[in-house]
Each structure stands twice: as C-alpha cells, then as structure tokens.
Design a protein around this ligand. Structure first.
Ligand code: ZN
Length: 369
C-alpha cells in the first residue's frame, strides 16, 4: 500500500485510509450521482450529487463498522488490534495475535458479516420509515441496506482469508485438530473462488462489460494473492512453533572473564574469526555479552585500557531464553536491536546461544522442504 492517512483512534485502534480508497470514493460518488440515483429517482443533479457523496461516505462507514465488528470480538478475546485500514477493496484489520482455538477464530470471523447484516436491518428500518416522509432518505437507506447485505454475503464466501474462509478454517480446524491442514484446505477454496472470479471477469470483458470484468479480475487477483500469502504465514508460524531453542542453539560458544582488557580478548579469541560475540561469566553465571562489532567501534589504541566489563551488554539488558522456548515466542520477544546471540539459560547456566538469523535461516529451509 502507498500513502496512508491516519484519521484517528477508536478504542485504541488506529483508523487509517489508504490513498487508493480516495479513488474508489470519487468513482463511486460519481457513478451514484450521475448514473445510479438518476436512473431510479427524479432528483435534481445537485441533490443526486449530495446523495451520491453521502452514500459513498456511509458505505465507508459500513465497511469500518464491519471491521470494528471483528476487532471488538478480537479485543474481547484479549488480542491486540493495531489498526483498521480502508483501501480500494474494503477494509483490513491488523490483529497482532492469531486465534488460539477454532472457537475464537469462528466468533471473530463471523462477527464481521453479522455486523453488516445488523447494519442492513437498521438501514431497512430507516428505509421503511422514510417511505412516506422523504425520497432522498428513502433512496439512501435503500441503497445502504442493499450494500450491507452484499457486504455481509460476499464476505461469507468460503475462501480463506475472507471471513467465510476463516469460518471454514475454524470448522475444519475443530474437525481435524490440525490448523495447518485446515488453513491449507480453506486457502485452496480461496484460490478456487479467485479463479472463478477471474474467469467470470474475462467472460464479462468478452461480452463487452469490460469495466465490471476488470473489477472482478482485480478482486480475484487480490484474493488469490491474499490466500496464498496468509497460508504461507500460517505455515511459517507453525514451523516456528514446532521448533525449540535447544534444537537450533549453538553450543560452541566462548565464555570469557569480565576483567580482561579488550586487547587481551582480541589477542586471545577474536582473531580466530568464527565467533562474533562472547559470553561474559563469573562463577559460571552470565554477566553479559560483548560483541566484536562494539569492540571495533573503539580505537585500538584504547583497547589495553578498557575492561570487557565496561562495554559489555549487561545481563539486565539482554533477552534470554530457555531450551524449551519455541522459536515463534522467542522471535516475538526480539526487537530488531537484539542482534547479538541470545543466551540459552538452563538452571542459571548458559547452555548455548541462538541468533535471530539462525531461526530465520532454519525457517526458510523448512519452508522449502
Ligand atoms: Zn470481514
């Protein structure tokens, strides 16, 4: 996505609009004002434009409320919701945590379409009330009832990662107990739906409806990529969840004393090349880590006068792990600054080290096989 505009926060969720949304907003307002409303109602051009723009804004509101439906359930499940972004094809909620059970996934997925159907009922009531009172409100409410029914129904198509696909995944997950298999099947359905949308789009272009056709091809292409990508993400997460620090750790680390000078360290160890960091221990307990890179930042003339203890990263600032922690959890705890070897601690002793790179490299290899 390109330029994104943050319009505020709601229940601690950042609401963002992608630049592509403005294109839809203008195109939709224009189509509604010059084609849709004039076709069914005899409003003045001015009124048509006002209703067209209002309808577009309320469509935006409907998509936002749909996403909020997902997000409120996610928040109630204790998940962290970062943002909702509106873009050319609707809304995307960025939820930090994956569902930990099929039930959680099911209720979070179904919340969106249920919200859309509830909104449709509200607009339908307004539509009935406005019938004898106001033609413009009648037109607006009727359009929004329809839009919310379409929004809810389209999202229920069973292709992952659409809401219906997530519902399907939750059901398969519950049945098989295997989230990987469930995701794979649901995303295959997603790809099949994408293929159908694209085929139908091509058919429409051949029959002369090239704008509708292009639109369908675009949606299909987007769905195809999304389902492929979200399946790969799930696969990666499961691969990482299956592996523990003890499986990937390097036990060939070097420990040094805190009171040697940088010069002594460099003469003794650093020149051998393989090790880029050293564990500093005192009575076998870890005090900190020193990285070759940090030593190199200091002028060599000063090395004889500086103790390792003085420039080490102290234990209190280190991320530590245990042999049993899984790679997914560990990776979540690491920030981009933690690029030293992470000490693996067992009964207060260092038993190995593991780097972010070790994890990523391993994931890459397992991903291909
Ligand atoms: Zn949804």
């Amino acid at each position: 996505m390109g330029f994104v505009w943050s319009i505020g926060r709601l229940r601690n969720i950042e609401i963002r609009i992608d630049f592509s949304w403005f294109i839809v907003f203008i195109l939709l307002s224009w189509t509604l004002a010059t084609y849709y409303f004039p076709k069914y109602y005899s409003f003045s051009p001015w009124l048509s434009w006002i209703i067209g723009i209002l309808a577009s804004l309320l469509l935006f509101f409907s998509v936002l409320v749909h996403e909020l439906g997902h997000c409120l359930v996610a928040q109630r499940q204790g998940k962290e919701v970062k943002s909702i972004t509106l873009f050319i094809l609707g809304g995307i909620a960025q939820i930090a945590n994956e569902s930990s059970s099929p039930y959680e996934e099911f209720s979070m997925a179904i919340a969106g379409p249920l919200t859309s159907f509830s909104l449709a009922i509200v607009f339908a009531i307004l539509w009935c009330i406005a019938d004898s009172l106001s033609r413009p409100i009648f037109a607006l409410a009727k359009y929004l009832t329809m839009i919310n029914v379409i929004l809810g129904t389209f999202n229920l198509l069973p292709g992952y990662p659409m809401d219906g696909g997530r519902v399907l995944r939750a059901i398969l997950w519950k049945k098989t107990g295997n989230i990987k298999k469930a995701t794979k099947a649901a995303s295959k359905v997603g790809q099949a739906i994408a293929f159908l949308l694209i085929s139908f789009g091509v058919f429409q272009i051949l029959t002369g409806l090239w704008l509708n056709g292009l639109w369908l091809i675009f949606i299909g292409w987007f769905l195809y990529n999304a389902s492929l990508k979200s399946y790969q993400q799930t696969l990666l997460r499961e691969i990482l969840r299956d592996i523990r620090a003890k499986d990937l750790m390097d036990t060939n680390f070097i420990t040094i004393f805190p009171d040697i000078t940088l010069q002594q360290l460099f003469n003794g160890q650093a020149l051998t090349g393989r090790h880029k960091a050293f564990i500093i221990t005192e009575e076998k307990k870890i005090l900190g880590i020193i990285c070759l890179e940090d030593i190199k930042k200091i002028a060599p003339e000063r090395w004889p006068y500086i103790l390792v203890r003085e420039i080490m990263i102290p234990r209190s600032d280190l991320v530590l792990t245990t042999p049993e922690e899984n790679a997914l959890k560990l990776l979540h705890r690491l920030s981009s600054r933690d690029n030293y070897p992470i000490p693996v601690i067992f009964s207060d002793r260092v038993v190995g080290t593991i780097t972010r790179n070790d994890i990523l490299k391993w994931a890459q290899i397992s991903f291909k096989t």
